[in-house]
Write a new protein. Sequence first.
Lengths: 501, 306
Amino acid sequence: MGLAARFSRIWSKNARLPLSPLSAPWSKPAEENRPAAPKAKPPEPPLRLSPRHKACLPLLLAAALPAGAAQAVHVTYWEKWVGFEAQADQAVIDRFNRSQDRIVVDYSSVSHTDRKTLVATAGGDPPDIAGLNEQNIATFADAEALLPLDDFIRRDGMTNTEWLSRYYPVYARICSHAGHVYAGISTPKVMALYWNKTLFREAGLDPDRPPRTLAEFDDYSRRLTKRDPATGRLTQVGFLPQDPGWWPWIFCSWFGGKLFDEQRVTFASDPRNVAAYDWIQSFTRDYGLDNVKVLSSEFGPWASPSAPFFTGRIAMVFQGVFYDNYIHQYKPGLDYGVGPWPEAVPGVTDFAMAEADVLVIPRGARHVREAWEFIKYVNSANPDARTRDELRGAELLDYLQVKNSPLRVWSPFFAEHNLHPHIAMMRRLSASPNVVSAPDLGIWQEYYREVISSFDRVRLLDATPREAMAFSQSRLEKSWERYRRSLERHGQWAALGETAP
Amino acid sequence: MTRAEGKRLRAGVAFTSLWIVGLAVFTAYPVAASLFYSFCDYSILKAPVWCGLENYRQLAQDELFWKSLRNTLFYAGLSVPLGTAVALGLAVLLNCEVGGRSLFRLLFFMPSIVPVVASAMLWLWIFNGKYGLMNGFLDLFLSPFGLHGPAWLADPSWSKPALVIMSLWGTGNAVVIYLAGLQNVPAELYEAAEIDGASAWRRFIHVTLPAIAPVVAFNAIMALIGAMQLFAQAYIMSEAANGNGNASDGNPARSTLFYTIYLFSTAFQDLRMGYASAMAYVLFLITAALTWMAAQFSRGRYEDSP
């Protein structure tokens, strides 16, 4: 079933009206979702107007418009999504637009939203709302590109703490930087362990019992690895750290390490981080570098039928809540399970990673008050919703995108009728005290690139973990020193330094 | 200046004024502003703060600056001579009197007008380690020895050679220019050489090459400038072949971290516009120096030739 059909199903499930499998109901005006008339009327003859009537037409139209519509403020919203995520965004926007007559949000799908927002902000003509990645928040906020939301929250009668306490703590952290709230959540994500139950059965493992500790994980991985008896080449692996390779820093946190501590970069100096990268390198050593290269060269893009988890080449991956959508699209019928990351540090259970796409108001935006109203709507929900039609804001968006809500309180409908088959696990992980997110650092983009570089060098046996990480750390220490100096030059360090991580 | 000349000057300026304004606003000002910013701590969103030569001093100590420069020079050092040889060879072949010559010219020129993103996506598949055409072809020769073609873009040792091979696909522009040059070689020179008993190879070495030396020099210099600015193919292909999200870091293991990719990520991810401006000016100086050296070298060659 394709994504369009799947999301039509989502929309139509529990709805009063059956929908065509390929229709995108949220992109239509509400009237179109009403029951159709039993039979269409015969076409009426075209209206003919005299020249005098034509001249009066604009005046008549202006008079016919309701007063509210004439005064409605149009809020520009740039977002990265296209496809079904954009359709879900549009559905939420449509509902927001219909919920009042003062604000109309205009959605634009914009590629590389971060860079374009940056340039537009520098040029003095940013969108009113920009959909960024959480990793942008600290860098953009320190560059004074974002408007803090604190004043809006206060004007609405709440403190920052009260506002943030509505989210699970990990998402509250994502929204804040240096003591200010800069963002609301648009698309929350939580990453968990996905395993292929069919491959578990073939390997003689209990398909309903995922590995619970790191030792078990390694044991399972070995038992799930297969080689061609004739050539010795890998035909299947239990786990491969570079798939999908988006969060190479998470292995450090999983092993209990810290990336930044007390104003210092600790990538190489924290022995737990080095242990994590030793563990990563152990996979290449066990499998053989050449074997890994040959096997991985056949992997298709992660969102394609030839992705290794879908083709059965990899039995266990760490993936996000969104992965279920792609499994349904590219490998329908795949028998899989979802669970927490195994315990790498004794006692640290329900470890997971969270991240989010966020909504921000760029500095210089024209309609900040109205932009805040929309962000507030998307970051609220109807806790009493018992039908899909009663869903609001965050829950409507996350229901349509088949994801978890970042808010602590879930309505009965959202919790019970969410179409994600493992939503309860995602909720449990979101609420876990051991869920982590990327460090809130102004140099995170550089940090992330350094981590990827070390990760590549380690997994390709180009350097020992200690060598690769020491090189990255020395670069990052210089970067942090330069960044701090730059903030000092611009008179920001005194305010930011106290709150920097 | 006479009155008539003044009038002509005013008319000329008036007719070119739009272009002059465009050049001033969209080229001259950014170039000048970038030079100023290269001496500043500047993030595009906050006011620039003068920091003297700090950016240039940091560049000298920046390992990635040197790595990206080495990667770029490696690529230029391979792609420019190879590209020149391939384009010249094709032009000589297409200059022969053979049937279907126009069709061949068209076929060889076509890749150069394919948009870079489309060609990058195509070559991603060609270089796929398992299913790619390149390894399918190589394995015909390698598999009897139990060997397999490399993972190309996913292998740090082969990612740059892969991009060099890809660059040969787009030599159509140079071929057209060489063809024009070849058709301008006086026929009497070939006749005289033939009468003197020169073989085809000697005619090529002693007649064709000296005659088209200025064209070769022009193409080589343009190719060198293009190679120093390599960006789009490497940016698209390194990310697509290696995942790693939106890192723009010349994956795998920075083997395709070319100068302009490092400049781009410095400017638009780290928001270090001052540093990136300094990088841009250093690249300008390096390219200018290499171009000058190439021009001097080739001038010496073709001016000394008989």
